[in-house]
Each structure stands twice: as C-alpha cells, then as structure tokens.
Write a protein that binds this ligand. Structure first.
Ligand code: SF4
Length: 339
C-alpha cells in the first residue's frame, strides 16, 4: 500500500462549467487556494503520522480542478513545494488530474521537469454527443491526442469515467469502455453521476430534463464496466465518490451510497457464484472458497446476495470456506469430497 497525501485544488484552473460539476461540494473545501507553504505543511503532517516502513511509494496527489490548466507559475509553485520531499527520498510520486484538452507538449515539459509521474485524465465519456450534452468542451479526439502525448513521456495514466451522464445509454457506456481499453490506461475510476446542488444538472433535474440512474442500475452498469476492465488487466481503483459530509449535504439526487464500490464488488461476486454453480452437477455438494476478507462482500449489503441465492434455490447447494491464499474478489469451487 502506498501512502497517498491528498492536496485539494478545487475548480482552480478551470473556466469550464460541466453540467454535473460543483467542485467545492465534491472536495469538501471552499477555503482560499492552498499555497506552497501549506502544501509543504500538509506533506510533513502526513509523513509524521505514518511509519516509514508502511509508506511504500509515498505519493502526493493533487485532486480536483484541472492542474495543467493553472497558470505555469501556479503549477510551479505547487510542484516546487513537493521538491524538498522528493530530494530527501520521502516522496516518490506526484499525481495530478486534469482535462484532456489541457495536455500538450509544453505543459507536459513543465510537469515532467517537476517530477509528475501519474496523470489522471477526466475523460468522463468517449461519446462526443454525451460529452457535448455534459458541457465538457472537449471531444474524444482530444482524449486520444492527450493519451498519445502522455504515453510518449512514459507517464503513468489513469482515466476517470462517469456513468449516467445526460444522453448516456448502455450502448454509449459499452463503447466508452471499449475505447478506454484501446487507450490502455494503467487504471480507471468509475463515478456514477450525482446531482449536486448548485450544478447545472440540478436545474435540469428540477425541470424534468434529466433522470438520474437508480442506485441498482448504477451498480449493474458499474459492475459490467469493471468486469470488462478486469478482463483486460486494467485496474479499477475506485467506484463512487469518496463519501464526505459536504458531499452528502450537497446531494440533490442520484445513485449515492457510501459503500457503492462494495455493492459493485458484491454484485460481481454474486455473478461469479451463479456462474460457478451452473458449471457443477446439482447432485454433488460443493465448497465455495473465498478470501478471508471477502465474507461481507460475498453476503452483500444487508445480506442481499444471500437472499438472492436463496430465492434462486442455490443457497443449499454449497458450503462456504475462507482461504488465506485465495486472491481478493475471486472465488473457486471444489468438490466437497476432495477436501
Ligand atoms: S473540467 Fe473539471 S473542474 Fe472544470 S467544470 Fe468540468 S468537472 Fe469541474
């Protein structure tokens, strides 16, 4: 596990007004912009709280806003504040998020000069019509160009996607997943669209021009995308926004749940269970083996998976065991008499 030191720069550097965005609500920060000295103090405080042996590759992550859209002096101020910690060898990586249309060779020169190693692109969708309805102000061609330039520099690439944007359908989401797979990012984050107070989407929602995904539908869609990325060896490192009090207070509607990611994992576990049981004889008692820490995911939130398995008449067909060797979020089936 790496130590991740978060620095929030909400809405800085961004003249856009994406229909879903209210950056202050998402990050829980509405105070004045952080300066270099505060960045240094934050890093020191996080390092002081962690044991060196538990830090792994310590990473400073600039969240929110569009980092490479900031004036060059501002980017330099923030990145230079990390430099002393890189020189001491106590911070190894710098991560930042930005828009695809704020990536070009000159901006990458600056980022690389100051040690940025991971760039997360807010792609949101690979469908031009969905991007346009979301007021993103960039196209899929911008995404492809940005990815090309980032890879040219051998920087690590993450992609953020949203599910349930205005005009988004199952087909556009599936096409987005396929387009992202072709771009070969190292990791992906999946965020179901929430209607935040003060966002353009809230106005649209109250006018009846937007219907958010239900929680159940968002879980199904996220599970289907995660499975596709898993199959391609692309890590899905987060599903759903980080739950904060500020986010909950600014939520007007939408598929929010603080354990959204776990719900998706539980859904995938249920699918695996059904598939495995379908492949073994109904008469032979079997044992399903899961990782020790996956017991609550196997049961599902409020034991939803157990209820579903009972409803399907599958609950009596297996017993459950845990095995420390079993990888997380996987299960295997063994014949009961082979144990
Ligand atoms: S580009 Fe990012 S920061 Fe700017 S309005 Fe859109 S979501 Fe918000």
């Amino acid at each position: 596990m790496s130590l991740i030191i978060p620095i929030f720069i909400p809405h800085e550097g961004c003249p856009h007004c994406c229909v879903f965005c209210n950056q202050h609500s998402i990050s829980g920060q509405s105070s004045p912009p952080v300066n270099g000295a505060e960045v240094g103090a934050t890093i020191r405080a996080w390092l002081a709280r962690s044991k060196p042996e538990n830090r792994g590759q310590a990473q400073v992550a600039f969240y929110g806003g569009s980092f490479s859209g900031l004036p060059a002096e501002r980017q330099t101020e923030l990145l230079a504040a990390v430099q002393p910690f890189r020189d001491q060898g106590v911070v190894q990586e710098i991560r930042l998020s930005t828009r695809p249309d704020y990536i070009d060779r000159a901006r990458l020169d600056l980022l690389c000069r100051h040690g940025a190693t991971i760039i997360e692109l807010g792609v949101q969708s690979c469908d031009d019509s969905v991007l346009q309805q979301a007021g993103r102000g960039h196209s899929q061609a911008d995404v492809e160009q940005a990815v090309r330039l980032i890879k040219e520099r051998n920087l690590r690439l993450g992609i953020q996607l949203m599910l349930g944007l205005p005009g988004d359908r199952f087909r556009s989401l599936r096409n987005t997943a396929e387009a992202v797979i072709r771009l070969r990012p190292e990791f992906v984050r999946l965020y179901p669209v929430l209607v935040l107070r003060g966002s353009g989407l809230e106005t649209l929602y109250h006018r009846g021009g937007y219907r958010p995904l239900s929680l159940g539908r968002a879980v199904v869609l996220a599970a289907s995308m995660k499975k596709r990325f898993d199959d391609q060896g692309i890590r899905v490192v987060r599903m759903g926004l980080q739950p904060t009090r500020e986010l909950e207070q600014s939520l007007a509607a939408g598929p929010y749940h603080p354990a959204f990611g776990e719900m998706v994992q539980a859904r995938l576990m249920l699918r695996q269970t059904r598939r495995l049981l379908a492949g073994v004889s109904k008469s032979a008692p079997v044992v399903l083996v899961i990782a020790e820490r996956d017991q609550s995911i196997f049961r599902g939130l409020g034991s939803a998976n157990i209820k579903r398995l009972r409803h399907l008449g599958l609950l009596d067909r297996f017993s459950l065991r845990t095995d420390p060797q079993q990888p997380r979020h996987t299960l295997k089936v063994v014949q009961a008499d082979s144990l």
